[in-house]
Design a protein around this ligand. Structure first.
Ligand SMILES: [Zn+2]
Length: 330
C-alpha cells in the first residue's frame, strides 16, 4: 500500500511540474531575533535579496489577481505571490517598507485571538531559553501536579517536552501553566517575545495598495482536531473581526500548521465553503497549476537564505529563469 501511495504521489508531483504555472510563497516573520526555535524568521537582508529577484522577474501578483488568472488559465509561467502567516508585527515594521521599495504586493493572514499579543510558543521560548541555573524539576499547574524532571536536559529538549503539553491545553490551562513556569524558571535576561500587530495597526494598513488581509482562525488551533461547528466558528469569527477592522470583505484564509490530511481535512474544506472563503491556503509544498483546488492552494515555505531560497524552487517548478538583478549578481 505504501509503495502504491508513493507511486501515486510521485505521479502527482510529475503532473504538477508539467502543468506548473507559479508559486505562492509562505513567510511568517521578517526579523533577526535572538530566539527563533521554529525557524519562522527570514532576515531583512535575505528578504530584500529575495524581493530583488522577484521584482526583476516582473511576475509578482496580488493574491486575488494570481488566483483569478489561475482560474482563467491565464497565469504566466513563473508567476509569484507572497503571503505571511500569523500576523506578526514585524511584517508591518520590517517587511512592508521593503515591499514598498520593490513594489511587490503581499497578503497577511491574521490570527484574531492574538491581536497585539505574543503567541504562546514564543512566550514559552522566552521562558525556557534565557541563561541561568535551571531547577531539576518543574511543576505545572495545579501545584499538586506531578513534577516533570528536567535535570540534565538541554533547553531545546525542555522546550520540546513542554510544547505538546501547552498545545493541547485550553487557553485558561495554558495561562495557569505559564504563571507557574514563570515562577520556577530563571528570569535574568529574559527576552521579550515578538508580539502580533494590534487591531489598530492592522486597521492602519487595511487600505494599503500593496497589502491585503486574510484570516488565520481565532485561536490558531489545528482545525482537524475540532468538530465541525468549532471549525466553522474559527473561520467565521476571524473573518467577521477582520472585516470589521478593515472595513472590507475578507475571503482569503490560511489553515494553521497547514498540512492537508493532517492539520485540515475534508470537513475543514466544507466549513471553509460555508464560511464564505474563496481561496484557502495550505503549507503543502507544491507549485500552482490550473487544476489547483481554490480551497487548498499549496505554498513554498521560504527559509532564511539569500535569493536562491525562492529562485531555485521557482525555476525548477516553472522552467522560468529567475535572474538576480545586475546589482546583486556577482
Ligand atoms: Zn500559523
Amino acid at each position: 500500500m505504501q509503495f502504491k501511495r508513493k507511486i501515486s504521489s510521485g505521479l502527482k508531483w510529475i503532473a504538477s511540474r508539467r502543468d506548473a504555472r507559479g508559486g505562492v510563497l509562505l513567510y511568517h516573520r521578517i526579523d533577526e531575533p535572538d530566539l527563533d526555535p521554529f525557524n519562522l524568521c527570514v532576515s531583512p537582508e535575505n528578504f530584500e535579496k529575495q524581493l530583488a529577484v522577484i521584482a526583476e522577474s516582473g511576475k509578482a501578483l496580488s493574491l486575488h489577481e494570481f488566483m483569478e488568472r489561475k482560474n482563467r488559465d491565464q497565469l504566466d509561467r513563473g508567476s509569484v505571490c507572497l503571503t505571511f502567516d500569523d500576523g506578526y508585527l514585524d511584517v508591518l515594521t520590517n517587511a512592508l517598507p521593503l515591499l514598498e521599495k520593490y513594489e511587490i504586493p503581499a497578503t497577511l493572514f491574521v490570527t484574531t485571538g492574538n491581536l497585539g499579543k505574543a503567541f504562546w510558543w514564543d512566550r514559552l521560548a522566552s521562558l525556557v531559553y534565557p541563561e541561568g541555573a535551571l531547577p531539576s524539576t518543574l511543576f505545572l499547574e495545579p501545584a499538586q501536579s506531578p513534577a516533570i524532571t528536567i535535570k540534565g536536559l538541554s533547553r531545546k529538549a525542555i522546550y520540546k517536552l513542554l510544547y505538546p503539553i501547552l498545545r493541547s491545553s485550553s487557553a485558561t490551562g495554558r495561562e495557569a501553566i505559564f504563571s507557574s513556569l514563570a515562577k520556577q524558571l530563571p528570569d535574568e535576561n529574559r527576552i521579550e517575545p515578538q508580539r502580533c500587530a494590534s487591531a489598530d495597526e492592522i486597521g492602519k494598513v487595511a487600505s494599503h495598495s500593496l497589502l491585503s488581509i486574510g484570516a488565520h482562525t481565532v485561536t490558531h488551533s489545528r482545525l482537524s482536531s475540532l468538530d465541525y461547528p468549532a471549525q466553522l466558528r474559527e473561520m467565521s469569527d476571524s473573518i467577521d473581526t477582520l472585516s470589521a477592522i478593515t472595513g472590507s470583505k475578507i475571503d482569503t484564509f490560511s489553515y494553521p500548521f497547514g498540512l492537508e490530511g493532517r492539520d485540515f481535512d475534508k470537513l475543514t474544506l466544507k466549513a471553509a465553503k460555508e464560511a464564505g472563503i474563496r481561496y484557502g491556503f495550505a503549507a503543502d509544498l507544491n507549485a500552482v497549476t490550473p487544476h489547483t483546488d481554490d480551497l487548498a492552494v499549496p505554498r513554498l515555505w521560504v527559509h532564511n537564505k539569500a535569493e536562491n531560497a525562492v529562485r531555485l524552487p521557482l525555476q525548477l517548478w516553472t522552467g522560468t529563469s529567475f535572474r538576480p538583478p545586475v546589482s546583486l549578481a556577482s
